[in-house]
Design a binder for this molecule. Structure first.
Ligand SMILES: N[C@@H](CCC(=O)N[C@@H](CS)C(=O)NCC(=O)O)C(=O)O
Length: 218
């Protein structure tokens, strides 16, 4: 059964692959699962039909037969559990990879998104610069810790996993800042993720929606 994911009709990031459908597309590409997309305007995201799928009126959603999911992390986990390639077979290694999925979304992403929101929404406030230093430092703490853990490793726990997939998409949100560059091993880690053929296919597909060169299905 071909799943359908709901994505922005016109992503505010102009196709830079920062919207959270990117991580779902990437996961589906990694496991070789074709998918369809439903394009939504901001208005449609807040209408009852979409709210029935996503209580918060956001993207992405994932529909597969009578299963409807929201939350990009839950969707990636669902894909990873039903297909080979994104989670190790060994039970302990699998649990560690899932731990990294949570770490990406609940430890790394919040300070990064808070900084991003401050850059977007608070630029004109008199206290913006002061607050930005604070937010930068919070992100720096997490990047330093992650960098130390990754060390010279290629991926976070042995082979590439859904944990790396989510972590790379979270770290990519810093691409407009110098913060990632302070840790060459993290910058190289992100570049390794972006070099994966599945990442490239996913990136091109979401970019094509923005540039208008897509008919939808991958
Ligand atoms: N925790 C959610 C966050 C979803 C989210 O913030 N989606 C954004 C796009 S990346 C969105 O739909 N923004 C529009 C809105 O909130 O109205 C997830 O990971 O799926």
């Amino acid at each position: 059964m071909i799943p359908t994911i709901a994505v922005f009709e016109r992503s505010p990031d102009r196709g830079r692959g920062q919207a959270r459908d990117m991580r779902v597309r990437w996961a589906l590409e990694e496991v070789g699962q074709p998918y369809d997309v439903r394009l939504l305007s901001f208005g449609q995201m807040k209408e009852p039909a979409h709210l029935a799928l996503h209580p918060f009126g956001q993207i992405p959603t994932y529909e597969e037969g009578d299963l409807a999911l929201f939350e990009s992390g839950a969707i990636v986990l669902h894909v990873a559990e039903r297909h080979a390639g994104l989670l190790p077979d060994d039970a302990n290694a699998r649990a560690r990879a899932i731990t990294w999925m949570f770490a990406a979304l609940s430890t790394m992403e919040p300070p990064i998104v808070e900084r991003e929101m401050a850059m977007l929404l608070e630029r004109d406030e008199p206290w913006h610069e002061q607050r930005l230093h604070l937010l930068d430092d919070r992100v720096r703490v997490r990047l330093g810790q992650l960098s130390r853990r990754l060390g010279n490793g290629e991926w976070l726990e042995g082979a590439f996993s859904a944990g790396d997939l989510l972590m790379v998409t979270v770290l990519r949100r810093l691409s407009g800042s110098d913060l990632l560059g302070e840790h060459p091993n993290l910058a190289a880690y992100v570049a390794r993720g972006e070099a994966r053929p599945a990442f490239k296919r996913a990136f091109e597909a979401q970019l094509a929606v923005f540039t208008g060169h897509s008919t939808g299905p991958s």
